[in-house]
Design a protein around this ligand. Sequence first.
Ligand code: ARG
Ligand code: ZN
Length: 493
Amino acid sequence: MTVLVVVLMTASLSGLGSAAQAAPGHNGPPYAAGEPGSGDEYFPYAGNGGYDVLHYDLDLRYAPPSDPAVLQGNLSGVATVTLRATEELGTLNFDLRGLEVTAVSVDGTGAKEAKSHDGGASEWWQVQEDANRVWELTIGLRPELEAGQVATIVVEYGGVTGRPTDTTGALYGWVTTADGALVVNEPDGASTWYPVNDDPEDKATYTFAIAVPEGKTAVANGLPVGRPRTKAGWTTWTWEAADPMASYLSTASVGDFVLSYDTGPRRLPIINAIDADVAGQALVDTNAALALQPDMISFLEKLFGRYPFEAFGAIVDDDSVDYALEAQTRPVYSGVADGATVVHELAHQWFGNAVSPADWQHIWLNEGWATYVEWLWAEHRRTSTVARQFANTVESLDSNKRWGLDITDPGRDNLFVAQIYQRGAAALHALRVKVGDEAFFEGAGLWLTRYDDSSATTGDFQAVMEEASGEELDNFFNTWLRAPVRPVEIPQP
Ligand code: ARG
Ligand code: ZN
């Protein structure tokens, strides 16, 4: 049993400003520290070094706004994080933003016991805000963790929730809504609701137990565990995500949802949650699109192999964050779900969720593929052809002068610009024309099996495509993804 930790030094909101300063989390006792980041160039403080999370057990209690005009809720949580040290660790960091930590314990030291502990020079934890707005919760470990050692860390935390935004100003994370919360974390919003190693390379399984006022519904990833249980006016919804998942794909959305259960191909459970306030044409369109999910899954399974997870479905909230997100097993839609978006988010279950970007610069591998699948689906449904959509996209890239961006390294604030989707999908189609259908789909299959439950880069993708086609593709990848000009040779249908 390892002990230790205590003493809250509240988040210092000023003074830790610039990236030039020493990395945060290092001004405690001089232990060998786990790094406060995991090496992503765009988000240097997202993720943490020196350990690998195996499982997150999140016990949450959430009170939605009492006054719908004031979008603030109340969240409290007990996060039990099981992790394996990958090196000897004297401290470790979690990302946690905007919430107050009230107790921490390591390896079964009761959190209550830790709370009453008055701390000491060798027993401590602290929270600091860093330059990139990810707060670092640093936990001292005594004795140190040895490389390979598994430990369980319990963090008690909580606070008032609002409407967080990413570095581009888009809403994300735990977005408080009038009737609950819409939870979408891409790229680095998971830290707005739980202490996390927020790095898509560190996948873990999850259990969620979310207590909400009776009458509200909480929906997370994976499958429900038992029935919701109500006690003293609070209903606890328990969900289990048994497949490894990147933190940006976790959700625990809360609202006046109507849940429906069905089964799809291979008896996969389908669970949809639609906000009771989605009505009129939006509801008609949403129901029509969601009814196509089983066909979409069958179509995608024929092209790319088995659906990679244990269930599928949707969360459709009435509030809007202006985009949909491919939360694992249960994408989140805001306002309405339309057919093109639904097939896009389902495609992400293979491209993005089963195989994730190792670093955020490789985002085109997610969005290019999901967009290309929209084209394939439209051709399958005979509403368009891939050739026509390719030609339209090239035309759009031309007229909007969008060939200037290297989509393999677009910059932190360009992760979701049109070029990522359009140039990405166009490059995939041009690749298919170049190497032929057989090599193209064989390469896709290689990609999905080799990096399943893992993450990879553009270089890895090029390598599998070279392997499948027997062609050297340096020049092709540079021309279609990187060069700041329109490719000279555009394939004709
Ligand atoms: N991955 C989402 C999609 O399916 C887009 C997420 C956009 N996120 C944002 N913060 N703007 O296209
Ligand atoms: Zn997408």
